[in-house]
Structure formats: C-alpha cells, structure tokens
Design a binder for this molecule. Structure first.
Ligand SMILES: [Zn+2]
Length: 378
C-alpha cells in the first residue's frame, strides 16, 4: 500500500463513492490548493485533501496507516456556490450587507435545500449579484461555508476522533448518514458527541478567520462591526447544516450519527463563548447572542424565500427545544465530557487553548440536573 501515491490511496479508500476529481477548471484547482494550504497551517499531521467527483453533498474524513484523508464531494462545492450566488443576488436576503436593493434576481426553485448538484437549475446567464459588494459578499460566504466543512473534517482528525473510532475498527467518518445504518445507543451517542466536538472546532476556527478578516479591514464595507461578523457567521453555518442535514423523520434520536440541526446550533454557540469573551468581554457576548440568533433565522428564511414549495425545512428546534430534544442535547453534552478523557491522549491539535471550554463545567452541572430530573420523572 505504501508504494502507492497519495492520489492512488485516495481513490482506493473512497472508491465506493467515486474517483478524485480531475478537471481543467482553474477555480476548482485553485480551491484544492488553497484548502491544502489552510489545512497545513493547522497541523503537521500527514493529511491529504482532495475532491471526489460525485454530485451529492457530502464530506468524509478517513485514516489509513498513519496518514489522514479529507474528501469533499464536488456536489458540495457546486451546491454551495449556486445557493450562495442566489442568496446574494436576491434583494430581500441579507439586506444589511451591501446595497441589496440593487439586486434583482428573485427566481425561485422548487426546493432550495438542494442536496445533489444534479438538481441545480442554472439560469442563463448564471445567476450572479449585480453589485461589486454583493459579489464580494458571495465569495466571502462561499469561503466560510467551505471552511466550515473542511474545518469540521479537520476537527475529526486533530481532536483524535478517527483514532478513537479505530479502536472499534471504524476508519472513516461520513457526514451524510446512510439510510440503512443501524447504530446501538452507545455508538450513536459516541458518534453524535464526536460531531458536536468537530462542530466546536470548526465553529471556533471559522470565527477566528472572520476576526482576522475584520482586523485587516479588507472587508470593512461588508463587515463594519462585530454584529455583522456574527450574523454572517451564523447565517453561513445554518445554511451548511440545512443542506447537509439528514432525514431523521421517524428515526429515534439514539439511532442516528449526527445530532439534529437545532442541537448543533445550541452547542456551536456554547463552544465560541470563551473565544468571544476573551476578545470583548460580556458586552461582546451579548452582541453575539442576539446576532447569532438573527443569522440563523435569516438563513432558514432565505431557504424558504428561494423555494416554491411551502415548508422546506424541519422545525428549527432552536428557540424552544422540546423536552425530548433538550434532554437529548444534555445527554450529549455530558457524554462529551466523558469521552473527552479518552480523546485527549489521541488528539494532535497544536493550537488548542487549554481553557477553551471554560464555560463547560457550569453548563455540565445544569445538564446533569436536567438528566437526573428526567430520569426521576420517568
Ligand atoms: Zn462530522
């Protein structure tokens, strides 16, 4: 196996999905180079990144011997690119960013929650924002969306998840659950906890990237204040989750690999609190909480605005989680703390701040009470 090139290993590893994408498209090839550079800035681990030529929205992280592999499906890139151009070319979406009133593309699609690039209906000429600012906005959101996925996969690697799963003979993590997969409750809880942990990594690092952009003042016309950063950030994450979201209707919460979007939404917020507090104290945390919610709601509204079909999304679950979901979220959080002990010797993340989850203990106590109350009331 070691005689094979990385490209060959990649093709062997993921051949059930398809081969690595070979294309003359400069923007895709540049995308690949930039993604590799970004990953190498975070770790010295041997990680090979590439694109699988497959129209579905999906991503996979895997380990083979001592090498790691991250694969993003070409469908993911195409769907994000298309959706985000449509969002920024619409006059009534993200109206606080640039001069949206000059935009005029309001053509709807049947269901904007596109999960496969073969369902994209490209306009002629391809839909694109009219103004320079909205074009830059579109590029910024696209970069954030893709980084969100790449950092999530990187989180699975650097936080030791693949090493942890390898103990159970599992050597890859896929973002879209296969319908037929049946997990035991403990396997499901382990997997969902790892997803939340990868989300936390991705959340913190994408936010850090936006802070850097904010400091450089390069995007001052689009991102003039913290409020706009937080809103753009949560908007983008919510769009990603909605597109990547599995169909969990009729499934039990302890059979699935990925937590429902509403629960991911809650934890992403928690994961970033310390970073934000360090940057601007409680005042900035307050701005964050409000902007975060408004970005999430605007993302859901945007997907609805772009759709002909009524109600394209499952309930948000975010503002008023049902007791069932809230208890499930609490169980994940407590389990997170348990498996973190097993993960620490396996992780490789050189940039992790030791007190990154400062607020975790406080929240853990609250959740432990919720769980014990729920058990008593059974
Ligand atoms: Zn994942």
């Amino acid at each position: 196996m070691s005689n094979l090139t990385k490209e060959e290993q990649f093709n062997n590893l993921f051949n059930k999905y398809g081969n690595r994408l070979i294309t003359n498209d400069n923007s895709i090839n540049q995308f690949r180079i930039t993604a590799r550079e970004t990953i190498s800035k975070y770790t010295n681990l041997d990680i090979y990144f590439d694109i699988i030529d497959e129209p579905r929205v999906n991503a996979v992280a895997s380990k083979l011997n001592d090498s790691y592999f991250i694969a993003i499906f070409s469908g993911t890139i195409q769907v994000f690119d298309y959706l985000i151009r449509k969002i920024c070319a619409h006059p009534n979406i993200l109206t606080e960013f640039g001069n949206s009133s000059k935009e005029c593309k309001t053509t709807k699609v049947y269901n904007a929650v596109i999960k496969n690039s073969i369902h994209i209906i490209e306009e002629n000429p391809p839909v694109k924002p009219v103004t320079k600012e909205r074009n830059r906005l579109s590029q910024l959101i696209f970069t954030q969306a893709v980084l969100n996925i790449i950092f999530h996969e990187l989180g699975h690697i650097v936080n030791g998840h693949l090493n942890f799963l390898q103990l159970s003979k599992i050597n890859y993590i896929e973002e879209v659950q296969i319908e037929s997969t049946k997990l035991s409750s403990l396997e499901s809880l382990d997997r969902q906890t790892l997803e939340i942990d990868a989300d936390a990594f991705s959340a913190i690092e994408t936010l850090r990237e936006l802070f850097t952009i904010f400091n450089s003042q390069e995007y001052q016309d689009i991102l003039p204040c913290h409020k706009s950063i937080f809103k753009l950030w949560s908007f983008t994450r919510q769009i990603c989750w909605r597109v990547m979201e599995n169909n969990y209707i009729d499934k039990k919460l302890l059979e699935i690999t990925h937590p429902p979007t509403g629960i991911r939404f809650q934890y992403t917020k928690i994961a970033c609190l310390d970073l934000i507090k360090k940057r601007g104290g409680q005042k900035l945390v307050d701005i964050f909480e409000i902007s975060y919610e408004s970005g999430v709601y605007e993302a859901d509204e945007a997907l609805q605005t772009l759709s002909e079909k009524e109600q394209v999304l499952p309930p948000v679950l975010s503002e008023k989680l049902s007791t069932y979901h809230f208890t499930h979220g609490a169980i994940i959080f407590c389990h997170w703390d348990t498996i973190r002990v097993s993960l620490l010797p396996l992780d490789n993340y050189c940039l992790r701040e030791p007190n990154i989850y400062d607020s975790a203990n406080e929240i853990l106590e609250v959740y432990q009470k919720i769980i014990s109350n729920a058990q008593i009331s059974k």
